[in-house]
Design a protein around this ligand. Structure first.
Ligand code: ADE
Length: 266
């Protein structure tokens, strides 16, 4: 059975622990496919008042996490060997590599990932130099700390571990799998408030349904995130244009695809 272990080093362990009570992750933890250990940074302080941060040399706003408490905390959870690909030490920071679904899938093959959460203005660079294999950012904005990023990573990686999602197939059709957003979806009843579910979805013809879903996934991606399609060479544009032309106008509106491929030379 594939298992993955996360070690989270944080000054706010309860932030991590309270989210892990979420149904999906707590089930995975109980069943043993996922293990998350949380290490409180505070007890590793080397000062009387248990502080773990200090002012920045050369000036600058805010406080930095000191090297020593971080190093001691990390040494307590990790037999240090930088570059060991099965055991990554990750520091969450806005300067990191942008997080995405394909990294989540790739990293789901790791045995153990150690997530170090900064707070305030960041951490002493010597810690990054000495311990950190990867810096990861969850977006181009600044958060008060790395805890939200650590949770985002844990959840997005865990979804690729067999046994974490009830229905493993749903990871394969999620948005971003295959580099596309998901096609719009519908549930019962078939007609609601004057809008009817596209006929093909209730036809029972699985091949037709999956062709429709694939084409609508491409159109949805083109509409909402054209950047994701920029380098793709595998899309049959004339076929897609034809599919779009044949869609009835109400369906285009319902799917949010109005005006998308209306010009001849798109
Ligand atoms: N810590 C602060 N901002 C962050 C971000 N954007 N991503 C990950 N960790 C962070």
């Amino acid at each position: 059975m594939k298992k993955i272990k996360f070690q989270v080093v944080t000054l706010f362990p309860e932030l991590i622990q309270s989210y892990l009570k979420d149904a999906l992750l707590s089930k995975a933890i109980t069943s043993g496919v996922l293990c998350v250990d949380v290490t409180d940074l505070r007890p590793f302080s080397d000062t009387k008042y248990k502080s773990v941060d200090d002012t920045v040399f050369g000036g600058g706003d805010g406080m930095l996490f000191k090297y020593k408490p971080l190093a001691s905390a990390l040494n307590s959870v990790h037999i240090f060997k930088k570059g060991n690909s099965d055991k990554k030490v990750v520091y969450l920071s806005p300067q990191g590599k942008p997080w995405n679904s394909s990294l989540a899938k790739e990293w789901s093959k790791s045995e153990e990932i150690i997530l170090v959460c900064g707070r305030y203005a960041g951490v002493d660079q010597r810690f990054i130099h000495h311990f950190v294999d990867e810096e990861v950012s969850i977006g181009d904005y600044v958060l008060s700390g790395g805890e939200l990023g650590a949770l985002v990573m844990i959840e997005s990686i865990s979804r690729f571990i067999p046994g974490v999602l009830g229905d493993q197939a749903s990871a394969a059709i999620d948005s971003f799998e295959d580099g596309l957003l998901e096609a719009p979806q519908f549930t019962k009843p078939q007609s609601e408030d004057g809008f009817t579910v596209p006929a093909v979805l209730v036809s029972g013809n699985h091949q037709k349904i999956s062709e429709w879903q694939k084409k609508c996934a491409i159109l949805t991606t083109l509409k909402k995130r054209p950047d994701l399609l920029a380098r793709r060479k595998d899309i049959n544009w004339p076929e897609l244009q034809d599919f779009y032309k044949k869609m009835n106008p109400e369906e285009k509106t319902l799917l949010g695809l109005d005006g998308l491929l209306d010009t001849e030379n798109k």
